[in-house]
Design a protein around this ligand. Structure first.
Ligand code: ADP
Length: 708
């Protein structure tokens, strides 16, 4: 091993990134006694990475091109704070050769490869030319200069259909088109060129044989400034949607040792060919025991923690040491695979709507208590890397990844069991996420059997959808849990309102009672049915009985809930008996001698019931006007859920009639009109169209006609 080099001091690092990766880097820097400087945009002023860093510098508005992509401001921030080095994380400026150069020009250490290596791998076509020269196996294809439609067409014919057209500058699965035959090929070429130009400012295309059933397997490698290089084995990232990874594991299952070695060595060959330094990943497609170079990512990858788990190394620490001129801490022979690690990416996205990103406030982010953060814990083997907490916003400006859940087990079966349990205990409420989707995916037989290729998500779409479907009986139990929970909430809210009314009579401050009010009641009166959308409406009537028991009435079923130990008997079949005990939001039930425990999570209008049967999700239909029978007059209208104010139909001073629509809110892709509860006059409007409003906030106040 070569060791000689000039060592530089790094005692303060600026992190040119945000979210979980910024927090990840801060974690290791702290461990190494290195001070950290965060940069942040306006919407991130209270973000976790800002709180964790020793210093934080504002660099601009929310849009990345005004903040996290502003190389000039970031360099200035580094100089102002006295940092010697900049860590770019992943995304943003991490693979920007000009930024790497700019750091050098300003005597700042760029924690990443030299600009020349970034440039060499920046464009897929050029990278392929270099790899071909270094004898690294490529997917057969065309990566020439001639970009005429005729030449590209001829290339497709020569390669043989199906062919994949790729934007050379592409990334994140964008700018790709599968072409099955000559028919429509011109449109496909034009489409891929357009996407390349619009997304990456470059319309250059390459054409590749479209492999039918490949696995995506990539090699984590590391090189130091002394010319040493090692590979830290592979990651299988075949489970993707929209050509983007959602589940990654290391080592790759059913992967022959000789291919592991050959792929690792090919990756190192690729890295040495471009004078690489630092952490890098070489991506391959693997099919029928053959592998083909796809591209090299010249940075730390999102999925690096699984490589850390199986090798016991801290890759961010390696990055910092290598950037300071230290040699790699261990040699290839010393690296061994230990156990199995799997990562799932928790995204704010809707798996039922083509995985479209969602945004909004995370009301609750709950995960296993024993999770470690950014560090390896082999006892529990559960690591949750995240840059957010309950109450934070997922901003539409940035990547919608909320967290990465990483598990480690002695073998793959143990890791999968841990992953299932950990996902079952993980809940994100307030916005739509893919947590339940992932829970179903990793519960599939095809996943435990490692039937992996890049079509896993499409091939298993139906199975994922129906996985863990509850029986009618289990669904009804969950509905009872939800209804009982809401019923308790209603009683509590009615008690509070009674208290408020008492205060109101005693108070001299005209505004105080309005501020104290919690807003709309869920329903009024003990006798009103509890309504749930699942997605069709279910109405459940809960009534106290003189005996102290409760009657729970569905359309066809009647249960008796007995107090005080609250047991429920199904009077229609007389078969089911269950006992409920309520403890906070935990509801325990015993059915005959079987015991189930369900957790009820309530956030805005969303209610989730989790038991060992699975999860049910309900929406609570909003009750938007006050009934005439209410004894009190409300002077303020409150947001019934977290949402966006999409329309304001009134102005201060307007006279309104009971039932007039005043404002419209949108939440969970549904519109809710908020109407005047009485005739009156609008006093003040506290929000504007387009504002995001938290549940319970007063939107406007008005003067009741009878009081004016
Ligand atoms: P990006 O840079 O946009 O992430 P990649 O070139 O890394 O694009 O490819 C992303 C994914 O697209 C791969 O993981 C794989 O699933 C699929 N893919 C890419 N090239 C091919 C190919 N030649 N044949 C089949 N699938 C491919």
């Amino acid at each position: 091993m070569k060791t000689a080099t000039n060592k530089k001091t790094i005692s303060k690092i600026l992190i040119a990134n945000r979210g979980e990766i910024a927090c990840r880097i801060i974690h290791t820097a702290k461990k190494m006694g290195i001070k950290t400087v965060a940069v942040y945009s306006t919407v991130d002023n209270n973000a976790k990475h800002v709180q964790l860093a020793d210093e934080a510098i504002w660099i601009g508005e929310a849009a990345p091109k005004e903040s996290y992509l502003r190389a000039d401001k970031i360099i200035q921030a580094a100089k102002d704070s006295g940092a010697q080095a900049i860590h770019p994380g992943y995304g943003f400026l991490s693979e920007n050769a000009d930024f790497s150069k700019l750091c050098n020009d300003n005597q700042l250490i760029f924690i990443g490869p030299p600009a020349s290596a970034i440039e060499a791998m920046g464009l897929k076509a050029e990278a392929k030319i270099r790899m071909e020269a270094a004898n690294v196996p490529l997917v057969p294809g065309y990566h020439g200069e001639d970009q005429s439609v005729e030449r590209l067409k001829q290339a497709c014919i020569d390669i043989g259909f199906p062919v994949l057209l790729k934007a050379s500058a592409g990334g994140g699965g964008k700018g790709m088109r599968v072409v099955e035959s000559l028919e429509g090929i011109e449109d496909a070429i034009a489409g891929a060129q357009r996407e390349g130009l619009n997304s990456f400012g470059d319309s250059h295309l390459l054409a590749e044989k479209y492999l039918a059933r490949p696995r995506h397997i990539e090699i984590q490698l590391f090189c130091d400034q002394q010319g040493n290089g090692v590979y830290l084995f592979e990651r299988d990232c075949s489970i993707q949607r929209r050509h983007q990874k959602i589940v990654e594991e290391a080592p790759a299952p059913n992967f022959p040792e000789k291919v592991r070695k050959a792929m690792g060595e090919a990756a190192l060959q690729a890295a040495h060919a471009i004078g690489y330094v630092g952490a890098g990943t070489v991506e391959f497609l693997y099919e029928n025991d053959e592998f083909y170079f796809m591209e090299m990512n010249t940075r730390l990858q999102v999925e690096h923690p699984i490589s850390e788990y199986i090798t016991g190394q801290d890759l961010v620490a390696w990055q910092i040491k290598v950037a300071a001129g230290e040699p790699l801490p261990i040699s290839q022979d010393e690296l061994k695979i230990n156990g199995h690690a799997i990562e799932v990416r928790l995204y704010a996205e809707d798996a039922n709507n083509d995985f479209l990103p969602t945004a909004g406030k995370i009301n609750q982010f709950i995960y296993p208590k024993e999770s470690s953060h950014f560090s390896l814990d082999y006892d529990h083997g559960i690591r949750m890397d995240t840059g957010v907490s309950s109450g934070d916003n997922v901003s539409p400006f940035y990547d919608p990844m909320v967290a990465k859940l990483i598990v480690w087990g002695e073998d793959r079966d143990i890791a999968i069991r841990k992953l299932k349990n950990a996902l079952h205990q993980t809940h994100i409420t307030g916005l739509i996420s893919n947590v339940r989707y992932l829970e179903k995916l990793v519960s599939l037989e095809s996943f435990s059997q490692a039937q992996l290729d890049t079509h896993f998500v499409e091939d298993n779409a139906e199975a994922i959808k129906t996985s863990g479907t509850l029986t009618e009986h289990q669904q009804r139990l969950h509905q009872i849990f939800a209804a009982w929970y809401l019923y308790q909430q209603r009683l509590k809210s009615e008690d509070e309102q009674k208290e408020n009314r008492k205060d109101k009579i005693q108070s001299n401050d005209v505004r105080s009672p309005w501020g104290m009010k919690t807003g709309w009641r869920l329903n009024s009166g003990h006798g009103d049915p509890i309504r749930l959308l699942a997605p069709e409406e279910i109405s459940i009537q809960i009534r106290p009985l003189p005996s102290g028991s409760y009657s729970i009435l569905f359309a066809e079923h009647n249960y008796i809930l007995q107090a005080p130990n609250i047991s429920i008997s199904d009077s229609t079949s007389n078969q089911q008996m269950l006992t409920l005990t309520i403890k906070g939001s935990d509801v325990q039930a015993n059915i005959l001698d079987q015991s189930i425990k369900a957790q009820v999570l309530h956030s805005a209008d969303n209610i989730q019931v989790h038991s060992h049967y699975g999860t049910s999700e309900f929406i609570q239909p909003p009750r938007l006007t006050m009934s005439d029978s209410e004894e009190e007059n409300d002077h303020g209208l409150h947001a019934p859920m977290n949402g966006c104010l999409t329309e304001v139909r009134v102005q201060s001073g307007d006279e309104v009639k009971a039932g007039d629509i005043l404002v419209i809110m949108e939440a969970m892709k549904m519109e809710h009109s908020i109407k005047a509860p009485h005739d009156g006059c609008i006093a003040e409007i506290f929000f504007n169209q387009g504002d995001l409003i938290d549940e319970g906030r007063e939107i406007l106040s008005f003067v009741d006609e009878n009081e004016a």
